[in-house]
Design a protein around this ligand. Structure first.
Ligand code: NAD
Length: 316
């Protein structure tokens, strides 16, 4: 069975470990600097093994236990505290990413790395630079989560458009909508109506301008809304990470939005940002050049400019 290490046994890390174990995708090594927590989380998950999974889940404070990992998922990081601005948070989390990159380099240098902690795009870039990893090896998760949210909101809106339904009946299921969000995993994200489909048909023609603007705002604000309600978001992120893991382990090459260190794709380089990509057993297979419209391209260019400024501000 493959081995997946998860750095950071907090809410996202432990929920992802549970999800991966339930799907029996790999043995899991949960590592964290805080004593007892990864061991406790692993034990709790293992107590569900009798339900039918054979994956082994272990917790440790010893980073050398990552040795032999096929994939390392980095969820280690701190959340923004009162009085801390975005750059303060980034500078703190860059230090954490540098220490995680050094551990991966030492113990699991060939692993595919899925960067999760925020601000994810800048930290994905920092991870690659700090560890000197191949760009194919380092992939950020953010667009998958944003796209899941966009799919849900599109399905809900399209249901409102459908006049033949009975009260409470859902004609369009979120899983019927394949949506795509690229750009920053953050405020300048770009939901692509031109590349989002309901059962194969582009949704762009099914919505008016007002509906589209509303959905863009809802998708952008979705994470903050949950954080305001319960302090963190981890169930949907764990599913998004799991989809990426399934693509890597299964060499599936589905097109999914991932943060990638670009080398002139979409006219950009020297940054990591969300783009449509295919994942395979070696990590990134290819960045997919989708035929996005002029408005979407100019929004993506703005998002890329913002990411470059952030990288320059912190001297990455
Ligand atoms: P959390 O505070 O519950 O967990 C973070 C864990 O990281 C803690 O257990 C902490 O001890 C650990 N940690 C800190 N420094 C470490 C180090 N140097 N080595 C190992 N472990 C270390 O936070 P969470 O809710 O699980 O969120 C984790 C991160 O993921 C945050 O940055 C959050 O913003 C981000 N996040 C990203 C997405 C996304 O879509 N990319 C979605 C949700 C959350």
């Amino acid at each position: 069975m493959p081995l997946i290490s998860i750095v950071g046994a907090g809410r996202v890390g432990s929920t992802t470990a549970f999800m991966l174990a339930m799907k029996d995708l790999a043995d899991i090594m949960l590592v964290d600097i805080v004593e007892k927590v990864p061991q406790g989380e692993a034990m709790d998950i293992m107590h569900a093994a009798a339900s039918g999974f054979s994956a082994n889940v272990e917790g440790s404070n010893d980073f050398s236990k990552m040795a032999g990992s096929d994939i390392v998922i980095n969820t280690a990081g701190m959340a923004r505290r009162p009085g801390m601005d975005r750059l303060d948070l980034l500078n703190r989390n860059i230090q954490i990413v540098r220490s995680v990159a050094a551990s991966i380099k030492k113990h699991a240098p060939d692993a595919i790395i899925i960067q999760v902690s925020n601000p994810m795009d800048a930290l994905n870039y920092a991870m690659r630079k700090a560890g000197g990893f191949q760009r194919e090896q380092v992939i950020g998760m953010g667009g998958m989560l944003d796209s899941q949210r966009f799919s849900l909101f599109l399905a809900q809106e399209l249901n409102r458009n459908y006049s033949g339904q009975k009260a409470g009946e859902s004609v369009v299921r979120p899983a019927d909508v394949k949506a795509m969000v690229i750009g920053e995993h953050g405020e300048s994200q770009v939901p692509l109506f031109s590349q989002s489909f309901l059962k194969g048909e582009c949704v762009a023609g099914m919505l008016d301008k007002r509906q589209m603007q509303k959905l863009v705002g809802m998708t952008r604000e979705a994470g903050s809304e949950i954080i305001a309600l319960k302090g963190a978001t981890f169930f949907a992120p764990a599913i998004a990470i799991t989809s990426m893991v399934e693509n890597v382990l299964g060499d599936r090459k589905d097109v999914m939005p991932c943060s990638i260190c670009l080398e002139n794709e979409y006219g950009q380089d020297g940054l990591s940002i969300g783009v449509p990509a295919r994942l395979c057993r070696e990590g990134l297979d290819e960045v997919v050049d989708l035929d996005i419209n002029d408005e979407e391209r100019s929004m993506f260019d703005m998002s890329a400019r913002k990411m470059k400024n952030v990288i320059e501000e912190v001297g990455l």
